[in-house]
Design a protein around this ligand. Sequence first.
Ligand SMILES: Cc1cc2nc3c(=O)[nH]c(=O)nc-3n(C[C@H](O)[C@H](O)[C@H](O)COP(=O)(O)OP(=O)(O)OC[C@H]3O[C@@H](n4cnc5c(N)ncnc54)[C@H](O)[C@@H]3O)c2cc1C
Length: 539
Amino acid sequence: MQRWNGWGDNSIIYPLPARAAGFLEEFVGPGTRPADASLASVLSAVPPGRLPYHALVSLDAEDRLRHARGQSLPDWIALRSGRIATFPDGVAYPLSNQDVRELMDFAGQVGARIIPYGGGTSVVGHINPQMDQPTLTIDLSRLNRLLQYDSTSQLATFGAGVAGPDLEALLRAQGVTLGHFPQSFEYSTLGGWIATRSSGQQSLGYGRIEALFAGGVVESPAGTMTLPPFPASAAGPDLRELFLGSEGRMGILTEATVRTTPLAEREEFHAIFLPDWERAVAAARAVIQARLPLSMLRLSTPVETETMLALAGHERLIAALERLLSVRRIGKEKCMLLMGFTGNSNVVKISRQQAVAISGRFGGVHIGRRFGDQWHKGRFRTPYLRNTLWQRGYAVDTLETATAWTAVPDMVTGIENALHAALEETGERVHVFTHLSHLYPTGSSIYVTYLFRLSPDPDENLERWRCLKAAASEAIVVRGGTISHQHGVGKDHAPYLAAEKGALGMRTIRELYHQFDPAGILNPGTLLPAEGHRASEAG
Ligand SMILES: Cc1cc2nc3c(=O)[nH]c(=O)nc-3n(C[C@H](O)[C@H](O)[C@H](O)COP(=O)(O)OP(=O)(O)OC[C@H]3O[C@@H](n4cnc5c(N)ncnc54)[C@H](O)[C@@H]3O)c2cc1C
């Protein structure tokens, strides 16, 4: 069963290797596990729902608790401590477009707000209800069927609530894949990916979700909009672009048609170690700018490389690796570059040879498939480590941005310095590590993980997170980076959106969504700051 106050299935535990525990203590000090509220005590505190009876709406306390928060660190602090300020007043699980329309009419009639809900894996507060008005959460998980597969055109149409593993299993039976693998794959849904402009770990090869989303059906309070799956069109603006990244503000995507790819004949993940960060960035940029058909590139800073090796355990293997690298004069500043090759055997072989040769020009040492394959095998298990770390008294959070290559080094340093300094006054240390997670010929996304000790006091933990998040977000905005490359805006990033969209851009987005949702009942507070908090949009 899925954990109600953490990540993933209850039966899966990610043990922390002894070396990793010592490593974390050295960086931030020993952790102390805070007391968790029990499920029973939290359920007994769920207030009565404020919605009248409707046959499609559950008022059950556990349903409402399980849809109250997502997976951000503030969400975890609320769930673990039992201090959850807001709950949806009801949860509905529609089985058809007709059900969705009926629920929208019902919400309109009773003055309720609607939160479209996919897998609830948001890490920026997308699906958290606000206090002021009754809220109906519409969970789309039962709209999960493969409705049509057009093998000639390689187009698949799904109910938009289908989760990653079901979607891939249904496609694999047809000999194809979507190739969209965010780390939240186990629970996140097709509709959620599209509504947040998600990026999968192999988006370099398969494309981000905007390249995979071909069309669909959107139900909004103002009516139904059908988006035909043209391969391309010059007929004015592309209405799919309006829906991508709309975060539940514009309507509910009930059906989505996606572009699939035949299953690859071969797939390999390789690791290359580079002597230092400067040469590593130059090598990664040279590989991506050679426009080779890779499916993944991921470059870790020296601190992240050291952290990943410590967390992996396998002490003898890592000692052997370090001996091998030292012979090639690669020491403590080493950076790990993971590369994915997916396609037919010839494409895999030639692109691997070329990518290895390019990195070699920057002092890169190719060490084969072992570390790459291990990363691939464990890539959806890593989020389970958050549960283990929490139990040992450590909080972990991530944030991300993207910027042009010229700005990448300063952006990495700026964010890391901001995070290191943010808790100085409290005397707490922060362990910060970074990788370039999605690379483009013109620039890169930057993905930062930060870890700090939990206090027994949830308010203190929330305050620590606020200081860290604000410091990093300001460091991003000041340097002209986007406030999100893949996690989206939600509520946590909403105050920073105007910095990149500008006043006219913000007004355009607001007016556009007003066409679809004139009464403003869809997911208020998400993406666009709530009315009354719009100072940043003036001008
Ligand atoms: C451990 C972990 C790893 C992650 N890794 C990645 C990653 O690698 N790449 C990445 O891009 N993100 C990642 N995320 C973030 C998150 O998984 C993505 O934002 C994902 O796209 C959300 O999908 P979901 O189905 O869970 O949507 P939810 O969290 O349920 O909703 C997100 C937003 O989409 C809206 N929405 C959902 N479904 C619909 C619909 N059918 N119609 C209209 N609006 C809808 C909601 O209203 C909400 O605003 C990660 C999160 C976690 C917890």
